[in-house]
Design a protein. Structure first.
Ligand SMILES: [Zn+2]
Length: 206
């Protein structure tokens, strides 16, 4: 499974696709062997299902048998889609009377309420746990914040805060869980990244 690294593009998902942002990605040296000599080289790209047309630049270290990918800031890590889409789900839950009510509102007709609730709960659980950790990591900056979109958007005076937190928590991304951080899920018998992404949840219910 590739080690994910942050790609600070400043591009939205649509711009990244139309401008083929993966071509702008660069890794000047191997993260494992900064002095080189390990056969580190660009190793093509792989495709993400959503947003359609999104490709991710990849490198491979021959000596370390490890691939690396540069994930642009707008994308959720190891979840389908973008950080903004996940943030919208959390915000909808915060506004709704219950998780069930939010899931019912977000789902399309061909998705059962049970699976929509499961889909929403997975995102709520992952993000709330992350927000609690991030608030603890930056006590001075985030003192008094609750692990909610409303509270954190207000603190940073921004419309969408998960993408801001990817930058704020940059030094901790390898230790933080998806969808914000790049921590590896538990090793599961050599399954490939795509399959684990699929297990993390299907594409949005709308
Ligand atoms: Zn290397």
């Amino acid at each position: 499974m590739p080690v994910q690294l942050r790609f600070q593009t400043g591009l939205t998902g649509a711009d990244y696709v139309t401008r083929e942002g993966w071509r702008l990605a660069s890794l000047t040296h191997c993260p494992l062997h900064p002095r080189g000599g390990c056969g580190f080289a660009r190793h093509g790209t792989y495709e993400r299902v959503s947003p359609p047309g999104t490709r991710i630049a990849r490198w491979y270290c021959r000596q370390g048998h490890q691939s690396f990918s540069l994930l642009p800031d707008f994308l959720a890590a190891r979840f389908p889609g973008t950080l903004r889409e996940i943030e919208d789900v959390l915000a909808a839950v915060e506004q709704a009377k219950s998780v069930e009510a939010a899931a019912d509102q977000l789902r399309s007709d061909d998705v059962t309420l049970v699976s929509a609730v499961r889909w929403v709960r997975r995102r709520v659980a992952a993000v709330r746990a992350l927000l609690t950790i991030v608030i603890g990591l930056f006590p001075q900056l985030l003192l008094g914040c609750t692990p909610t979109m409303v509270s954190l958007r207000e603190r940073f005076a921004c419309e969408h805060v998960l993408i801001v937190l990817r930058e704020v928590a940059e030094l901790h991304l390898q230790a933080l869980a998806p969808p914000l951080g790049f921590k590896h899920p538990a090793y599961r018998g050599g399954e490939r990244n795509e399959r684990i992404q699929h297990e993390m949840g299907p594409d949005p219910p709308r």
